[in-house]
Design a protein around this ligand. Structure first.
Ligand code: BJW
Length: 235
């Protein structure tokens, strides 16, 4: 009997909604050096460039992008499964929420949130951020940063994630290249702790060998069937 499922999602699950993945042809990094737009040092060097990068992505997300069949299948799993489903996403979009998932950890932060470098207040943001942006709590100007976990920073809620991985009966990894740690190590952690591990991806990844089963195909096409299987195992 399966009573606890932990799911990890990456950029691949949002690809069918029209959000670019990071690595690969036409990826989000193309035209940008990772060190310039995804590190605290890059932000300190050129905050305007970094704000522009995330402002464009925020506008794109709010421009009519919708959740796809993959997001909807995972929301159905959470709704209908008799046990615990924890969805850990590396994505900073809000498509899982829009599909109806509730028990979510955004381990790499959220595009629609900003954080104040002075008072650490976290706030919702739908408009562009810039050097004139003011903190709603302490009023300081130009001290808001996108609430994103950049390279060298600690991802959010790691103790909660590690506990869930240690207790999982099934670990399902979807649409992630398995190149960025600590998420890239979750499959192995869960497997050592006794979980059955499944990877769903278009292609083989750096982490494929640490999964008991690999399902190849687009998330929106393979997840509805995989969710049916998991629901049967849990009943
Ligand atoms: C589909 C599909 C479809 C496409 N259907 N599939 C040396 C060794 C080991 C580690 C390190 C090292 N040097 C430094 C590190 C640590 C570093 C790291 O991992 N670096 C590596 C690059 C080497 N990690 C960190 O710094 C992290 N912090 C940290 O480690 O803190 C210390 C710590 C210690 C101990 C415990 C815990 C912590 C922080 C990482 C922050 C990552 N941030 C980013 C950017 C911010 C978010 C944003 O701007 O959006 O997060 S980087 C970027 O990569 C983004 C993503 O969330 C992340 C993962 O990418 P993802 O999702 O896998 O996307 P892609 O594009 O790579 O892959 C897409 C996949 O989908 C592909 O496989 C496709 O095939 C597939 N696909 N269409 C199904 N339709």
């Amino acid at each position: 009997m399966t009573s606890s499922i932990v799911i990890l999602t990456g950029a691949g699950i949002s690809a069918e909604s029209g959000i670019q993945t990071f690595r690969g042809a036409d990826g989000l990094w193309e035209g940008h050096r990772v060190e310039d737009v995804a590190t605290p040092e890059g932000f300190a060097r050129d905050p305007e460039l970094v704000q522009r990068f995330y402002n464009e992505r925020r506008r794109h997300l709010l421009s009519g992008i919708e959740a796809n069949a993959g997001h909807l299948a995972l929301a159905r799993l959470e709704e209908e499964f008799q046990g615990e489903v924890l969805l850990v996403t590396q994505n900073i979009d809000n498509l899982h929420e829009r599909a109806g998932s509730k028990n979510i950890i955004h381990m790499h932060g959220e595009l629609l949130k900003a954080r104040c470098l002075d008072c650490d207040e976290e706030m919702l943001v739908e408009n562009d951020l810039g050097i004139e942006s003011e903190c709603l709590r302490c009023d300081s100007q130009g001290r808001l940063r996108p609430d994103i976990v950049w390279f060298g920073e600690m991802p959010y809620q790691m103790p909660r994630i590690e506990t869930a991985l240690g207790n999982a009966d099934v670990f399902l990894s979807i649409g992630t290249s398995g190149l960025v740690y600590p998420a890239a190590g979750f499959g192995q952690l869960a497997r050592y702790a006794g979980a059955r591990t499944i990877e769903a991806n278009l292609e083989e990844t750096a982490g494929s060998s640490s999964f008991d089963r690999c399902v190849r195909g687009k998330a929106g096409e393979v997840l509805p069937g995989l969710v049916d299987e998991l629901l049967e195992m849990g009943s």
